[in-house]
Design a protein around this ligand. Structure first.
Ligand code: FAD
Ligand code: SF4
Length: 327
């Protein structure tokens, strides 16, 4: 599959990138590592006139520890750099664990944390070649007006399938978004819309630049568990991130987030209240698993059945909570 024609823009500074965005934003795609964008362009899911290649903007790279073990991460930091960061492994283990499960080592060397946060949602009816989509029928997410997964509905249910955003949600991460009108900072939990088509709140002239991990999240124990068909390379078909503290044997400050089973990565509401100040046991972990399974809304967007994916959310949540509690 060939790439469509486009003009490549290669800024060296953030302000140049922002300038390009304000000039061409309506017909432009941002390229970071390109591991998702390029295959999608080959499938003609995106045919932008301009591609803004961020890879030479050095100021967008790097893991920068701040006071009290808070941390700032540039969006162009590769997933491999996150996976191998001693600082992040020590203070934010759920993030390094999630990063280490993305795709394969080669893709983690190229793929960035910013690309993972802004990753397009996925569906069996969408991530296909143009010929396939023409033959089987276009849908709401691209070029059509119906949904093959939920016929009769008007909503796209394509699943958000990035591994690091649920870990970042468990760390109460914030992100910086920049445009010609300046920077704005938002909580990651407010970044996603919950719709499969317009899945994040990013204007066409905006760029994500930094991720902030607050000091208050440093030191939470963390575990990430992921369901996929093969042990490597595959996107998650269900994913569970857990972060918590243990004080005198009691759980506190617990966060639980899911990926790949909804159109957005989601925090499970009520999970921390179930465990706060309790001594973790099998029964409590099971109750959290049941709650997580109720939050998951998988549909037939991937190769595994929704029933199996929801059940695996329950099982993985229970295992992840017990594993985090034992660390
Ligand atoms: C075979 C294969 C397996 C994969 N498996 C997994 C997996 O298991 N888990 C997983 O999470 N991902 C997986 N991926 C997807 C991808 O490799 C990762 O999500 C990666 O982190 C994407 O980062 P990137 O820098 O390559 O993004 P790109 O491909 O460059 O960009 C991805 C999207 O984000 C936008 N974007 C990128 N950076 C910014 C920014 N700073 N501001 C605004 N928009 C931006 C781009 O315009 C594009 O729409 C897989 C990909 C392949 C090809
Ligand atoms: S969920 Fe429906 S609208 Fe969305 S990509 Fe899949 S088939 Fe298309």
């Amino acid at each position: 599959m060939s790439l469509p024609e486009f003009k490549l823009l290669r800024p060296r500074k953030l302000n140049e990138a922002v300038e390009y965005l304000s000039q061409h934003g309506s017909n432009l795609r941002v390229l970071a590592g390109g591991t998702d964008l390029i295959p999608s362009m080959r499938q003609k899911l995106f045919e932008p006139q301009y591609v803004l290649d961020l890879r030479y903007v050095a100021e967008l790279k790097g893991i920068r520890p701040q006071s009290a073990n808070a941390c700032e991460i540039g969006v162009l930091t590769t997933l491999a750099a996150i996976e191998h960061s001693d600082f992040l492994r020590k203070h934010y283990p759920v993030l390094t664990e999630a990063a280490a499960t993305v795709a394969s080592p080669v893709l983690r060397n190229m793929g960035t944390i910013g690309g993972n946060i802004c990753l397009d949602t996925r569906c069996l009816w969408y991530n296909q070649s143009l010929t396939w989509r023409k033959g089987c029928g276009f849908c709401i997410k691209k070029d059509g007006d119906l949904c093959h997964v939920a016929p009769g509905g008007t909503k796209c249910w394509a699943a958000f399938s990035g591994d690091t955003p649920p870990a970042l949600l468990c760390l109460d991460a914030e992100i910086e978004v920049v445009s010609a009108s300046g920077p704005r900072r938002i909580a990651l939990r407010d970044f996603y819309t919950g719709m499969g088509d317009n899945y994040c709140k990013l204007g066409r002239n905006e760029l994500v630049t930094r991720i902030f991990l607050p000091a208050a999240s440093a030191g939470r124990r963390g575990v990430y568990r992921k369901l996929r068909i093969r042990g490597s390379i595959d996107y998650p078909l269900a994913g569970v991130a857990v972060a918590l503290r243990r004080l005198n044997g009691h759980v506190s400050d617990m966060r639980l987030a899911l990926t790949a089973v909804n159109p957005a990565p989601v925090l499970v509401k009520g999970a921390s209240q179930l465990l706060e100040n309790k001594i973790l046991d099998d029964e409590l972990a099971e109750a959290v698993g049941v709650l997580a399974a109720k939050t998951a809304k998988p549909l037939t967007t991937s190769a595994l059945t929704p029933e199996y994916r929801r059940e695996m959310i329950r099982v993985f949540t229970k295992r992840a909570v017990l594993a985090a509690g034992r660390q």
